[in-house]
Design a binder for this molecule. Structure first.
Ligand code: HEM
Length: 220
């Protein structure tokens, strides 16, 4: 008699979730505890065109970081197929929380963007990301309201990729500044535009290769 194949348990999701939690703890510790005055980051703001109210900027930045981490967490939890299968209500409530946290990140970004390191070219990029990111998130909600599960998932993947914006900015600017020796401001600008490109590419790769078999099913 032929043996039944054992279902293979995927460790990819728990591994990714663990890596994400470590990254979130690092972001919170680095920005809210070890350097709450953002002294290291602010040394690069040498040529600001407009005066910055530092206490307000710091408060907004702390809210931004908190909301960003909560967006990362709520978003990650909603990609769990176990939660989707067994706790549909949690998925729904948690999904709306994700939208709220994305909105707070976008709102706080709107305040900080005019004072961006690197000037107007980066302010424009951040504002563009805010519009596109929020639009993609709302598109995902509209699709699930229309019961288009696969389209909802694709738009959520595209939206979620933007949670890695800050990670990619720092990764690219670190390599270009420390490795290649580029001026910090130029490295940061490449970091901002590179991160946007990477977010889009990463999302399309996940959609194409991870959700390759998922048809555009509808739910009742
Ligand atoms: C979701 C993950 C994100 C995290 C963890 C995060 C975190 C941070 C942190 C820690 C800072 C302070 C400066 C630094 O160390 O980089 C910052 C600044 C900033 N972030 Fe975010 N961020 C995220 C996403 C975004 C997104 C998607 C946008 C755009 C819509 C954005 C817009 C900004 C802006 C405009 C600044 C000020 C940059 C500057 O002054 O040069 N962030 N973010």
């Amino acid at each position: 008699m032929a043996k039944m194949a054992k279902p293979t348990k995927s460790y990819a999701y728990p591994l990714l979730l663990s890596a994400l939690i470590i990254y979130m703890v690092y972001v919170v510790l680095a920005n809210l505890f070890f350097d709450p005055q953002a002294a290291a980051f602010l040394t690069h703001k040498m040529n600001l065109k407009r005066p910055m109210n530092l206490p307000i900027w710091l408060n907004v930045m702390h809210i931004h970081v908190g909301a960003a981490c909560l967006a990362m967490l709520t978003g990650a939890l909603n990609f769990s197929s176990k939660i989707l299968r067994n706790a549909r209500k949690f998925h729904r409530v948690n999904g709306y929380l994700y939208v709220i946290f994305v909105f707070v990140v976008v709102l706080t970004s709107g305040y900080m963007a005019p004072y961006s390191t690197g000037g107007k070219i980066n302010s424009m990029a951040f504002n563009l990301v805010s519009i596109v990111w929020f639009a993609m998130t709302i598109t995902a909600i509209v699709q699930i309201k229309r019961k288009q599960v696969s389209k909802h998932r694709k738009w959520m993947v595209r939206s979620y990729a933007f949670c890695f914006t800050n990670l990619f900015i720092h990764l690219i600017s670190f390599i270009l500044h420390e490795g290649v020796g580029l001026r910090y401001e130029s490295s940061y600008t490449f970091g901002v535009y590179g991160a946007i490109l990477l977010n889009f590419i990463l999302a399309e790769l996940v959609i194409r290769y991870v959700y390759v078999k998922a048809p555009n099913v509808t739910v009742k």
